[in-house]
Design a protein around this ligand. Sequence first.
Ligand SMILES: [Zn+2]
Ligand SMILES: [Zn+2]
Length: 494
Amino acid sequence: MSCLTFYGGVNEIGGNKILLEDQDRKIFLDFGMSFSLTNKYFDEFMQPRKCNGIFDLIEFDLLPDLKGLYRCDYMRHCRCKPEEKPNFDAILLTHAHMDHSAYIHYIRDDIPIYCTQASKDIMQALDETSSTGTTELIWLRESFKMYINKKGEYSRLQGEKTKVERKYELIDEKTFGVGDTKIDALPVSHSLEGATAYILHTENGTVVYTGDFRFHGYKGNLTRKFIKKAADTESVALITEGTRVDSRDGLTENDVKEGVMERVERTKNLVVVNFPIRDTDRMISFYEVAKNTNRSLVINLKQAHLLHLFEKSGISTPRIDDEHIRIYVPRKGWGVFGDDRFPRRIQYQDYDKWEREFLEHPNIVTADEIKKEQESFIFRCDFFELKELIDIRPKDGSTYIRSVCEPFDIEMELDLEKVKNWLKHFGLFPYHQIHASGHLNRDELYYVIGEINPDNIYPIHTEHPKMFREIVNEIDRDINVNIVEKGIKYRIGN
Ligand SMILES: [Zn+2]
Ligand SMILES: [Zn+2]
């Protein structure tokens, strides 16, 4: 028997945690965090307690209550004897957005995680650069351990000695097996590098899982190849995202590039922009515009760190030594970087170890240089970096391009109000909104469903699953749309 159980992504955008059982094999498709559900109970300053392991999350159904899945250090600490062996065979990750990957933090280190090289690089970047150090996606840090110190007393074990590397399998464009379940990994376009869809050949038929995807990025041809392959297979189940099933907006990444180009050409002084930190398609759009307008795109240290990892893996994104890329070094701590009154050692102490590796890079730039040559830069500036505008002081004739999605909850609306206040203060208001989504729209979903023509659809990652019934009625095919309920087992195939 094969079946599907959905523990997240149900009537919500993100939080995908889908269990596929194929005979005796148990495979999780993504293991992400549900933002909407988490925000119902927690926020930035009111986080689940580490000392209670997984149980603050289980309390609110943010994690499924399953045995042999969660990390042993947390279980032991909460007086739950961990199973000797894991009860699950694999986590298949579609991409490294938090709503698909963040809760890997809670997974046992002996459950293998299958993903693309780019997804692994992104998670490594998160582990290495997160200020809280709580991601633990690539390395788990064993908690609540003690050792006997030199004085013969108990001490808490911390630092490098607690690091355990998780088991990763790289599956870029591969066909691989988890036990007897054969799986094809097919790359797709999304607003994050390394996104992949899966076609899983179970003993009761083929299951297609889209992850998050779109046609209109620079790698849209990959999505078309995936659809063709899925269409050539007879599938019993299509698990598809439906983020924008209610939208017909069809703006492409190329439209974004052209819109930005037009705006930048008309700007005399500084161009300030905000785009998602790890969306390298969007970074390419701004980079191309920078090149064509004889400016440099200024990225932050976290972006430089990620591009550096991509470069080492042979993934083609802009290089940090490109003449049109500059790496912004902000003032932090004492804020004395480049200040001759202080020895270099003191200057560098303001930065984390991973940041220090970039401080002598020939492409670094500081606020002083941008302030003097405003016509030479496109400065990426997210919410937390708005403070830099105090040092940079954009001149008259500067502009702000907002290239992120519209707010979809109260917190985001409040943040946008703050951004507007900053922009008004610095003469950058009104701003220009130029953005294309990471997801396909209703018409494209119609096309995908018609092409793949599965027996069953399980719409997830959407607030409007019932709209899929309307689409199927329009296509006029015998396709069953399952309005998924959380935690219910759906039998697939015969
Ligand atoms: Zn998602
Ligand atoms: Zn995504």
